[in-house]
Design a protein around this ligand. Structure first.
Ligand code: GLN
Length: 389
């Protein structure tokens, strides 16, 4: 008989373990190259590392202001001004969080009521569904179809009901690498304006766009006042373990978001805020150009290796993932195939079903991350070629 004391809250019952992190563990067990979880295996910029060490030595070791240190918020104001020509009130419109993950959860808990519907573009990053469930909201999925993963604006319109509260938009996208173009963003903006909806944008890959430039949805007409912009330092500065996320939202929304954030975590790590502020302020255009050049090279290596090994995939437009079709290699389902690929080829990926509501839709797909050193990716490529052999 299980102890009554061991009962768990019903809101967790639909959650599965994060498949991304599960695959990281499977990779470790088998000594596989981990192309599953999206974290870099190369160093963060010295400037940030030095600034973090200095902050710790200078005893910047107590709570920062719950919604972000002044230096960090000032750097964020300058960032949005110089990159996107957006004017942000650093005192009333910014919240600094423990990663974009906390940011998304805090935003939804602060702004979405039980019973509200939240539209999520599918395939999606695995957190958005559970985030909605934590608020007792209902995620409603808008499928984007391969190979192009374009947004169908009629379909989007057809999903809006009286209960729709928000649309979650992640561009550049994890897992597809799709970057929504101006007309797709405009279609989303039109729906938001017409139905008085909120847009919650996850822009964590904003600086990894291979052609053209990132356009924040908030910069479109009438969108600034109805958009919550989530981003962070993890991907831009290769510091996924520092847990520094950022939220930009109109003052009224920020007030609610800050309360939730305060009760969840009090604040993001003070020394890492200091270091990320230094990174935003002091790393110039060269840093971003070099980062993109390196990501382009990594992308080419992995796209080439996957093609040689018999996967079907195209070069992503942004972010650092490739969603690859393995149906020419195996008729197994994605979980079975991903586990076997880890064991037999020594390369870990994420099963495609983790990014779909119905597992069947991701059945023939696995996701590879290419935020790895060129030599790591070459080694993975060799292993995949041998496996396909
Ligand atoms: N965003 C990364 C990924 O998609 C890390 C996920 C995670 O472990 N939270 O792989």
């Amino acid at each position: 008989m299980p102890l009554y004391a061991h009962r768990t809250a019903s809101r967790t019952h639909g959650f599965t373990e994060s498949v991304i992190r599960e695959m990281t563990r499977v990779a470790r067990e088998h000594g596989a190259v981990n192309l599953a979880q999206g974290f870099p295996d190369f160093p963060a910029p010295d400037l940030l590392k030095d600034a973090a060490c200095r902050a710790i030595r200078d005893d910047d070791n107590q709570y920062a202001i719950t919604w972000g240190s002044p230096a960090m918020r000032e750097a964020i104001v300058r960032k949005y001004r110089s990159w996107y020509d957006m004017e942000i009130d650093g005192d009333r419109e910014i919240t600094v969080t423990c990663g974009a993950t906390e940011a998304m959860a805090a935003v939804m808990l602060a702004l979405v009521d039980p019973g509200d519907e939240v539209i999520v573009l599918e395939p999606f990053y695995e957190n958005y569904g559970p985030d909605a469930v934590l608020c007792a909201a209902v995620p409603v999925f808008l499928p984007l179809e391969p190979p192009d993963f374009r947004l169908d604006s009629d379909h989007l319109r057809s999903l809006v009901t009286r209960r729709t509260r928000a649309i979650v938009v992640n561009t550049p996208n994890n897992p597809t690498g799709r970057v929504l173009d101006a007309s797709e963003l405009e279609a989303i903006a039109e729906v938001c304006r017409a139905h008085d909806l909120l847009a919650i944008t996850d822009e964590i890959y904003e600086h990894i766009v291979f052609e053209g430039a990132h356009i924040p949805l908030a910069t479109l007409d009438g969108m600034r006042e109805r958009t919550v912009v989530v981003s962070g330092a993890s991907k831009t500065f290769s510091v996924t373990g520092w847990r520094i996320g950022t939220i930009i939202a109109p003052p009224r929304l920020t007030e609610a978001i800050r309360k939730v954030h305060d009760f969840l975590t009090v604040g993001a790590p003070a020394p890492f805020q200091a270091a990320c502020a230094a990174g935003m302020d002091q790393l110039g255009p060269d840093y971003y150009t070099t980062m993109l050049t390196e990501y382009r090279e990594r992308r080419e290596i992995l796209v080439g290796a996957l093609g040689d090994a018999g996967f079907r995939c195209s070069a992503p437009q942004g972010a650092y993932y490739i969603l690859a079709d393995f149906s020419a290699l195996s008729t197994e389902d994605d979980r079975t195939f991903a586990k076997r690929l880890t064991r037999e080829a020594g390369v870990a990926s994420v099963p495609g079903s983790s990014f779909y509501r119905l597992p069947d839709h991701g059945r023939g797909l696995v996701r590879f991350a290419f935020c790895k050193r060129a030599e790591t990716l070459r080694e993975a490529g060799e292993r995949l070629r041998r496996f396909a052999g």
